[in-house]
Design a protein around this ligand. Structure first.
Ligand SMILES: [Cu+2]
Ligand SMILES: [Zn+2]
Length: 183
């Protein structure tokens, strides 16, 4: 092999490497938003169930909830600290998720538990839907991440001020928050 042949082969090789690197770039989907889901299951004596999704957006995390089996009116709706719904009354989920050590409040308050998502409001048929952008919840690997924690729905309304949990009564549904497929 003369030096011309060697450099020609080297050129072909560089083309091939460059071409394959370029064709792999779109498959990495670096801009796919992080997504998480919690499937809510009824606690003992409850008929409340539903699904909550969390989707990362530019200015926060979009929270979408669809819950059925509720009594009409408002029901406290929070992220709790442990991803453990094993107890019959969901007490195993622990307190409101509060990594920043703030008082209990509503979702729009500057100082609140990260888990304070306020209330879901059920209609006469017992169905509640909620859609809002939360500015404290995170899905990335940081202190405010709700992945591996739980969503709890309560029997009564959260008054958004009573400490430590808004006086929202018994836990009627619980679901562990896990990673979902990004779209
Ligand atoms: Cu709660
Ligand atoms: Zn709280």
């Amino acid at each position: 092999m003369n030096s011309f042949q060697v450099s020609f082969i080297a050129l072909i090789f560089l083309f091939a490497v460059g071409f394959s690197a370029q064709s792999q770039t779109p498959a990495e989907k670096p801009s796919a938003p992080l997504k998480a889901v919690a499937v809510l299951h009824p606690t003992a004596g409850s008929k409340v169930s539903g699904t909550v999704t969390f989707t990362e957006e530019a200015d926060g995390v979009q929270v979408r909830a669809e819950i059925t089996g509720l009594t009409p009116g408002n029901h406290g709706f929070h992220v709790h600290e442990f991803g453990d719904c094993s107890a019959a009354d969901a007490s195993s989920a622990g307190a409101h998720f509060n990594p920043t050590n703030n008082p209990h409040a509503g979702p729009d308050a500057a100082e609140r538990h990260v888990g304070d998502m306020g209330n879901v409001e059920a209609d006469a048929s017992g169905k509640a839907t909620l859609e809002y952008v939360d500015h404290q919840i995170s899905l990335t690997n940081d202190q405010r991440s709700v992945i591996g924690r739980s969503v709890v729905v309560h029997a009564n309304a959260d008054d958004l001020k009573s400490q430590p949990s808004g006086d929202s009564g018994a836990r009627v549904a619980c679901g562990v928050i896990g990673r979902a497929k990004s779209q």
